[in-house]
Design a protein around this ligand. Structure first.
Ligand code: XMP
Length: 509
């Protein structure tokens, strides 16, 4: 049985980061919302309560009966989690006299406490709270303090329940990783055996068991997630996996051919489908970004459905869904407004009535890459920048025509090849070229030109949620601009996007 740690989410922005840190220690963990916590079984080795934007003093504070875990399994409350157990365990939480935010040092650490093994005195920690634990009940004892926070950490005496008001998961808490390791390995007794290799081994065995001789169809996109999902499924069921890779006419230059080739090299049973014209027809006359996205989503489903019907007796749809897409998040400020109707073209049309198999739905993106590496997938596929499902359609502002796609593909290939040649491709999180519906005057030789403008966009980011524009070297930008203007007919001006997200987004549409 796969041992695991459960993280109870009270809506903190850091909850996923706690999960990442646990997994970096090769320990499997799952995040669950505070009001939908699964039953504890033998596989659960310990529980972590997350932070929260709420205050335990608020009338609508988020409640969880921590006694369900306390005394039965090791329990660690972080920030709100710690304040919650202190307050509802007979102590008192009050607003801090000054907001405790930022770095502090643990000037007191209880000698020999297992949670602080190998954490030196004065270790720097990172605080972020507006409330503080003012008083603890008699059966609680203080095990660490900073100058301004007396109860920086406590233990319920004689038990394996701990609370810490600082955040061990952020890197500003210098020994945070050590503390988590102490909790997870020494206190919870986790084995640290959850590695990419063990993931592959158990997942392939589970898939074999689940799928038996059934057939599975899967849409490949050329991206990391669908590729890794396909290879895992392939290892489990071989030729019973039918992959479909659709050319929607909105991919990068030569991408369809080269990616198809690498899929074949990997031994996948893959069919390339040229559906360019169907997409161009559906896009004709559309310039509103949302309408373009919807049209592409609709045609993709039609094409995919046509192809899937050619596979006799297919029972399953394979998908490369990853963990961040399935974590049931605690909604703190209500459902966020739809900014773009994003993610992901495809999905399951109701009428297909297939069961869904998602072998990556417990992994974060970087873990998918590591699993991909273990599976021996082409580094060119694993290292590829994210690319939106609607492809170049949302990088051509306004109406799409095959001519504009062709021009953009040429300019974009020059941009990307130059990033590769200069050795900066892997340092950039995502890069692309945007075709602007703007013409400007230029001069080439003695001729006046009146042609289009393209914009280069390169960003640094961790997850696409926020991003900053990359400070690419001027010389490199100059070379790219020259190469594009000299080689791509129809473009006489190149600009660089220096907006960060927020307030801009990564894509222009
Ligand atoms: P934005 O533009 O919202 O993009 O800052 C964040 C990330 O999402 C990608 N993106 C999409 N991916 N379908 C997708 O599959 C879409 O409609 C879509 N729109 C944006 C974008 O490329 C970036 O990585």
């Amino acid at each position: 049985m796969q041992e695991k740690i459960l993280i109870l989410d009270f809506g903190s922005q850091f909850t996923q980061l706690i999960a990442r840190r646990v997994r970096e220690l090769n320990i499997y963990c799952e995040i669950h919302p505070f009001n939908n916590f699964p039953a504890l079984d033998e596989s659960v080795k310990g529980v972590i309560l997350s932070g929260s934007p709420y205050s335990v003093r608020q009338e609508d504070a988020l409640h969880y009966d921590f006694k369900t875990v306390h005394g039965k399994l090791p329990l660690l409350g972080v920030c709100y989690g710690a304040q919650y157990m202190a307050h509802f365990g007979g102590g008192e939480v009050l607003p801090s006299s000054t907001r405790e935010y930022g770095r502090a040092n643990l000037h007191f650490i209880q000698d020999g406490n297992p949670l602080f093994k190998d954490v030196p005195s004065n270790s720097q920690v990172w605080m972020s709270h507006g409330d503080t634990i003012a008083r603890i009940a008699d059966e609680y004892e203080i095990i660490a303090s900073t100058d301004s926070v007396k109860v920086a950490a406590y233990q319920i005496k004689g038990t394996q329940t701990y609370g810490i008001q600082f955040h061990p998961e952020v890197t500003h808490s210098i020994d945070g990783k050590q503390l988590l390791q102490n909790f997870l390995v020494d206190i919870c007794g986790c084995q640290q055996d959850w590695t990419p290799d063990s993931f592959v081994e158990t997942t392939v065995a589970e898939l074999k068991e689940k799928l038996g001789d059934d057939k599975v169809v899967l849409g490949l996109s050329g991206g990391v997630d669908s590729s890794v999902a396909a290879v895992l499924l392939h290892q489990a069921i071989g030729k019973n996996l039918y992959c479909i890779f659709v050319d929607n006419g909105l991919l990068r230059k030569d991408e369809f051919e080269s990616v198809l080739e690498s899929y074949k090299h990997m031994g996948l049973n893959v069919k390339g489908v040229d559906a360019k014209q169907r997409f161009y027809d559906a896009l004709a006359g559309l310039s509103d970004p949302e309408k373009k996205r919807k049209a592409i989503g609709r045609v993709f489903i039609e094409v995919f459905d046509d192809e899937a019907h050619l596979v006799e007796d297919v029972k399953w749809l394979g998908q490369g869904t990853i963990y961040p897409d399935v974590i049931e998040s605690v909604s703190v400020k209500g459902p966020s407004a739809t900014i773009k109707s994003h993610h992901n073209v495809g999905g399951l049309p109701d009428f297909m009535k297939l069961k869904v198999v998602e072998p990556l739905n417990t992994l974060f993106k970087d873990e998918v890459r590591r699993v991909g590496k273990t599976l021996g997938i082409d580094p060119n596929i694993l290292g590829r920048h994210p690319f939106p499902g609607p492809g170049l359609a949302i990088r051509i502002l306004g109406e799409i025509t095959p001519e504009k796609v062709d021009i953009l593909q040429q300019a974009d290939a020059i941009f990307i090849n130059n990033l590769r040649a200069a050795g900066v491709y892997d340092k950039v999180w995502q890069a692309g070229t945007i075709y602007l519906p703007v013409q400007s005057v230029g001069v080439m030789g003695d001729e006046r030109t009146y042609e289009n403008v393209v914009c280069l966009r390169a960003v640094e980011s961790l997850d696409g949620m926020t991003a900053d524009w990359c400070h690419l070297p001027y010389d490199l930008l100059a070379k790219i601009s020259n190469d594009i203007i000299n080689n791509v007919k129809g473009i006489n001006r190149v600009v660089y996007d220096i907006s960060s997200k927020p307030p801009a987004t990564i894509e222009w549409e």
